[in-house]
Structure formats: C-alpha cells, structure tokens
Design a protein around this ligand. Structure first.
Ligand code: UDX
Length: 460
C-alpha cells in the first residue's frame, strides 16, 4: 500500500521504516530540512537498535523515501499517518499545535481519491473528531484560494473523501523496532468500516508475524474500537504501567524499613499471572517522553470533566519522591554532601536510548547541585555523542574509570548492560569513599561488597 508518515521522531520514523520493510511504499515527511538530508543519506537521526539497517535496506529497495514536501506526501499516500510530537505544556496538558498544523496541511493538499488519516501521535481523548474538523478547515482554506486565483469565477469543488483512525503505538524506546514487529496487540479506532478494513490490510504482515522473532506464535490480536476508546487505551495502558512501577517502588520503600528484599518480593508476586512479572523493577522512578506526559495529560483530562483522579496523582507523587531517594541514601552514607563528589553512572532515562527527556538523572543533578555537591557523570551514549551540550551542573566523563576518580560515591542511574562488567575493583581504588547507590537494583551486592564497596540498593 502507499503510505505517508508525517513527522520523523521516534514513533514516525520507526513506523515508516517498519512499514516499508513490511512491503509498503512509504514516504516520510519532516519539515526539518537538515534531518531529511541526513535520512536521505541513510542515517538515522535517533539512536534505536536495528533501525539504521532497516532504513538503508528499505531505501535501497526503493520502498522508503524522505521529503519535506507535505503536498507530495499527501498525494502519494492512501494512508496518511500523523506522527508529530505532542509535548507537555507547563499545565500538564498536551501541546497539540503540531498535530493541528499537520491536519490543516493535509486538508490544504487533499484532493482526489479516498484517504485514511491516522492519528499515531498520542493526542487528547476526542482528538479524532477534532482532527477531522481541522482537515475540513484546511480543505475550505484551499477552496477559498482557488476562488481568489480564479478571479471570481466558480472553481471546481475540491473532491476530498477521508476518514480518521486512531492507531496508538505502544513501542518502547530502545526496542522500538522489535516492538513494532512483535506487538501484543494492534488497536484501531474509527467509526468507518472502510478505513478499518484498509488499516487491517496495512498490518497483515505484522499481524501474521512475518517479521516477528517467533513467527509460529498465533496472529497478533487486532482490537477495533470507536475513536475515543482507542485514544483512551493508549493513556490507560501507560498510566497502568506507571502506577505499577510506582506501586513496586512504594513496596521497596517499605522493604527498606522492615528489612525485606523488594527484588524477591517482585518475583514472588509477579509469578501470579493476575499480576505479571513485567514492570515490577523498583528503582529511582519512571521518566522518558511518554509516562510523565501521558499520566499528566490523563489527570488533566479527568480534571477538565470535574473528576479528581486519586490513584494517578498518587503515582506521580510517589515517582517524584522516588527520584530523590538516591539523595537520601547518599546523605545517610556520607552525611553532609556539600563539597563531596558524586559520580552518576548513566544519564538517559533508560538504557539503549539517547533520550534525556524527563530523565531521573536531571532531578538528581539539580538536587545534588543545590546541596553543594560536585556532580560527574558517564553515560555510554551521552558521553560519546556530544548530546551533553545542554546539560549544566555536571562534568561529563568519557570513561567510567575517569568518572570514579576522586568520587565519594557512585549512583547507578540507568541500567545500561555495560555497567554489569565495569572494572569496579579498579574504580574503587581511586575513590575517596567507596559508596555505591544502585538506583536500579542492577548490580551484584555480593561482588561489590567483596571489593570493598558499601552497596546500597532500593528496597534491596
Ligand atoms: C513507554 C511504554 O512502555 C510504551 O508502551 C509507550 O509506547 C511509550 O512509553 P518508554 O517510555 O520507551 O515506553 O519506556 P519504558 O521501557 O516503558 O520505561 C519507562 C520508564 O519506566 C523508564 O524510566 C524505566 O526506567 C522505568 N521502569 C520501567 C521502571 O522503573 N521499572 C520497570 O519495571 C519498568
């Protein structure tokens, strides 16, 4: 099928590349010329395992193109994905101005055959109908310019037949390509049977697990709903996972006080199939571009309708407190932090991504600075890529041994695999105080204690 994806952030680019790999002909549109130039040259603007390889092979096969020309993209696609950002506003609401601009732009360029316009961006509930109206506004705008250009004569009315579908994504950064080809479900929300049928056809290769790690698994379930329910599924899924993590973090804090081990508790409860073992890893809290933004947006939506959410507010509150738990533990170990040097292992909000959005490390840096500590950090991606430029109050080291040199404590912030095999013995030798706060319960207490570290986990 002919597909146009507008917006080449994490979601848009991964969707476009994976659909091209599945056999569709995809044009990815972005208004950032530099980015488009880079992608045309076969380079991915984001770090995402496996993405560059698929990008290059799909581009070589002629099924994947990049352009800044929205008109050409709209003309090409039978299915048009809106995949631009919806960043949070200071109020917690989503900023939908990019979605609005794209929807209007689609309307302005729409003409000819039937099109399915797909909301892939995470948009407030009710946005499906709103997008429809904005597209219609765009069509009207163009009709007016035709009247003016025609010098007052009556121009041909624009023929534009389209439906809107909500198709939320559930991909995780760092395993976005894997998640796209191995989804737990595909959600399609629309009031149009024709649009749903076209979306089902688009996803046949993925539903039939043609590119899945285990193609023998049963077909991927497709959940067909109305527009608002599909939009709600996205928020409810992310909110549930955020609550689940906050729950285990709350349990971890109780474990710390009573002397239980949260990692054993998580295993013990996770084996109950009603609970499930995933997303029960306690630590210094959730961050990233989705959980904080989506939970706030859902709280805000409920508030708009006069409903105060208790559970979601509590999950956010637990998460805020969780971020500074590493500092409380440092104070317990080192007492006054003023003048002490703290080394952060990891900066990104989770491993296998270069994303720093709402990363717990940012809160730690700010709070440690406020308490007068000197902060250094090493991150496998940030240290190498020059992404550290926007960071203040932290010295970025280019290797973990330099990081440890002169430190009073290390705090493991991100569970990057490479941190499992660092030379901690050598690192300990250059430290003033051998304290290690494991903010992800990731390292081996026994191994670290054996080489003289004072190891402190989270509820562990
Ligand atoms: C999330 C959702 O998982 C995905 O479905 C959605 O499309 C986008 O939001 P992502 O933000 O990429 O994906 O990361 P995820 O792996 O879900 O982790 C989110 C945060 O929770 C990270 O900060 C991570 O460190 C933290 N986390 C995750 C925990 O603290 N404990 C866990 O058990 C799992």
């Amino acid at each position: 099928m002919r597909v146009c994806v507008i917006g080449t952030g994490y979601v848009g680019l991964v969707t476009g590349v994976c659909l091209a790999h599945s056999g569709h002909h995809v044009i990815c549109i972005d208004n950032n010329e530099e980015k488009v130039k880079l992608m045309k040259a076969g380079q991915s603007p984001i770090y995402e395992p496996g993405l560059s390889e698929l990008m290059q092979s799909s581009a070589q096969s002629g099924r994947l193109e990049f352009s800044t020309d929205l008109g050409a993209g709209v003309k090409h696609g039978e299915i048009l994905f809106i995949a631009v950002g919806t960043p949070p506003l200071p109020t917690g609401e989503s900023d939908t101005r990019y979605v609005e601009a794209v929807a209007r732009g689609i309307g302005v360029h729409l003409n000819g055959g039937y099109k399915v316009i797909v909301n892939k961006s995470t948009v407030p509930i009710g946005s499906g109908d709103w997008v429809r109206r904005i597209v219609l506004d765009g069509i009207e705008e163009r009709q007016k310019t035709l009247v003016t250009a025609g010098g007052g004569g009556v121009p041909e009315p624009i023929h534009a037949d389209f439906d809107v579908v909500s198709n939320p994504e559930f991909l995780r950064e760092g395993s976005a390509v894997y998640d796209t080809f191995n989804p737990d479900r595909i959600v399609l929300g629309s009031n149009s049977k024709k649009a749903i049928a076209m979306m089902q056809e688009l996803y046949i290769p993925i539903v039939e697990r043609k590119f899945a790690d285990d193609p023998s698994l049963p077909h991927v379930p497709v959940v067909v709903t109305d527009l608002s329910s599909a939009e709600m599924i996205k928020y409810a899924a992310n909110a549930f996972l955020a609550v689940k993590i906050s729950f285990i973090n709350e349990v971890a804090n109780i474990c710390d006080r009573v002397g239980a081990d949260v990692t054993q508790v998580a295993r013990g409860i996770g084996l109950d199939s009603r609970i499930g073992s995933k997303f029960l890893q306690s630590g210094i809290g959730w961050g990233g571009s989705c959980f904080p933004k989506d939970v706030s947006a859902l709280i805000h939506t409920a508030d708009d309708y006069g409903f105060q959410t208790e559970l979601l507010n509590a999950a956010v509150h637990v998460n805020q407190r969780q971020r500074v738990i590493a500092i409380e533990k440092l104070q317990h170990e080192l007492k006054i932090l003023k003048g002490k040097t703290i080394g952060l292992l990891g900066l990104t909000f989770k491993p296998d991504t270069d994303d720093m959005r709402d990363a717990p490390s940012l809160t730690l840096i700010e709070q440690l600075n406020r308490l007068g500590a000197k902060v250094k950090a090493y991150d496998p991606i940030v240290s190498q890529s020059g992404l550290s430029h926007g960071l203040t109050g932290v010295i970025i080291e280019t290797d973990p041994e330099m990081l440890a040199d002169g430190c009073d404590a290390l705090v493991l912030v991100t569970d990057w695999k490479e941190f499992l095999s660092l030379n901690y013995e050598k690192m300990a030798k250059s430290m003033f105080n051998k304290v290690l706060i494991d903010g992800r319960n990731f390292l081996s207490r026994e191994a670290l204690e054996e080489i003289g570290f004072r190891y402190v986990g989270i509820g562990h």
